[in-house]
Design a protein. Structure first.
Length: 310
């Protein structure tokens, strides 16, 4: 077996033959950086050719220049920043689970708080965030950041449930869209935004709780309709997830990144030597999958590209 073939065999586990069309047999897994305590929330800036991610326990965000590979500090002293994304204007949105808020970084570097309370009560610990094409901001709010001083600040829970919220910047309204999760975590829209996928990672702290991804029909008025379990994730838990342009899901797991069809069929896996927390598509062709996994950041080139929604 050639060196390239051996690398590919070590990287990919093909379960369904369709998976072979999604991966490149001569592309292997690269470790881009290590030394994080818990790497999370990767977000790609195509205009700057850089990747930014969170290192939650170290309360910092790091930046990698894609062309040079140089790593630098993007921001220190965060409120235990976790998930990140960009809004329609390209501004950075960040879930600070220790500070219990969702923030926006303005172009001049100043910080605007998007949401920190619901009906007068402090949010639990915002975790992950996604933006719909109408500009609304959807985020999950489990309790990880208030049950631990390692990845947040221990504090009392003021809201009785762990919800997913929809914030509308046009009128400043904050609405609960889902309230029956154990620990809502990563979320992603289907390419046409007709479906919202949400991970439940409750199993991490409660072995009787779920470790699955649910799918919800998105209604025209911004509410969520019919739902069902798309997939149980083993080993480990589902954390972050992304959808490619064909609607295929790429979901973090204890053994790497697991690839599922929109029907919930496990197609294959990208093996990663550390438990994966999150991932995002990037690169000039959006075919480079960046993976944050415990202490390290990895990447692999695929034969698919990340979805560009309406």
């Amino acid at each position: 077996m050639s060196t390239l073939a051996a690398e590919a065999a070590a990287t990919y586990e093909v379960i369904d033959r369709r998976f072979k069309g999604y991966v490149d047999p001569i592309a292997w897994l690269d470790r881009l950086h290590t030394g994080n305590r818990w790497a999370e929330g990767p977000v790609y800036f195509a205009d700057l050719r850089c990747l930014i991610w969170s290192d939650i326990p170290n309360r910092r965000m790091l930046r990698m220049d894609e062309e040079s590979g140089h790593i630098s500090l993007f921001r220190g002293g965060t409120g235990h920043a976790n998930g990140n994304t960009r809004d329609l204007q390209g501004r950075l949105l960040t879930c600070e689970q220790g500070a219990r808020r969702v923030i926006r970084t303005e172009w001049d570097g100043s910080i605007t708080t998007i949401a920190d309370r619901y009906q007068g009560k402090r949010l639990n610990a915002p975790n992950d965030v996604v933006v719909k094409s109408d500009g609304t901001i959807w985020f999950s709010d489990p309790t990880y950041g208030i049950i631990s001083d390692y990845v947040g600040d221990k504090a009392a829970q003021e809201i009785d449930s762990c919800n997913v919220y929809r914030f509308d910047p046009r009128d400043g309204s904050l609405r609960v869209v889902v309230d029956d999760f154990s620990m809502p975590n990563g979320l992603a829209f289907a390419p046409d935004e007709s479906i919202l996928y949400i991970a439940d990672s409750g199993f991490l702290t409660d072995e009787t709780a779920p470790h699955h991804v649910r799918s919800f029909r998105v209604l025209d008025d911004g509410r969520l309709g019919d739902s069902g379990v798309l997939a149980d994730i083993n080993p480990g838990i589902p954390d972050g997830l992304r959808v490619d342009s064909s609607g295929t899901l790429w979901i973090s797991a204890g053994d790497g990144v697991q690839c599922f069809s929109p029907a919930g069929e496990l197609l294959g896996k990208i093996r990663v030597p550390e438990a994966v927390a999150n991932l995002t598509f990037g690169g000039p062709k959006r075919n480079r999958l960046f993976i944050t996994a415990t202490s390290s950041v990895y990447s692999v080139y695929l034969n698919v590209c990340g979805a560009q929604r309406p």
